[in-house]
Design a protein around this ligand. Structure first.
Ligand code: HEC
Length: 120
């Protein structure tokens, strides 16, 4: 019983966080993506980089959902700044990620910014 209550609360919370998310999103499902609208000028270049590099192995939906819900969709782990950094390092180690240290660092910074915006 307690379990169901917890689940219900979690579901309400996750729906709420999507509805309240400040980060603008376009499309749905496999075409879901971050909207360039509202991305500050200083992040535009990294934003464009992310749009190209982060859809090599999976769609952007995964990243959008992680930012919106604060939860990594595959592993179910919290997707916070610590997780973003860990994921960046993990990415660097993937042999075919085709990203260098600076690009990873930049994207990690952008994802942290999006997490902050989404939490507002
Ligand atoms: C080399 C292929 C590859 C690239 C490039 C890639 N990913 Fe992934 N991504 C994966 C795989 C494989 C998974 C499944 C879980 C894992 O291995 O971490 C994943 C999972 C994820 C998840 C869910 C993590 C979880 O724990 O649920 C997020 C969020 C994510 N990727 C974001 C990104 C971002 C942001 C970028 C660009 C910096 C990116 N990915 C680029 C392969 C890739």
């Amino acid at each position: 019983m307690k379990m169901y209550v917890t689940l219900a609360v979690l579901m309400v919370l996750s729906v709420y966080s999507i509805a309240e998310a400040r980060v603008k999103v376009t499309g749905r499902g496999a075409t879901m993506n971050f909207s360039a609208e509202g991305i500050p000028e200083s992040y535009k270049q990294i934003f464009d980089l992310m749009l190209v590099k982060c859809i090599k192995c999976h769609t952007m939906e995964r990243t959008v959902i992680a930012i919106q819900t604060g939860k990594a969709p595959i592993t179910g782990q919290p997707f916070n700044k610590q997780a973003v950094k860990a994921y960046g390092i993990k990415m660097l180690r993937k042999p075919n990620s085709d990203m260098n240290k600076k690009e990873i660092r930049d994207v990690v910074m952008l994802l942290n910014y999006l997490l902050d915006e989404s939490a507002k």
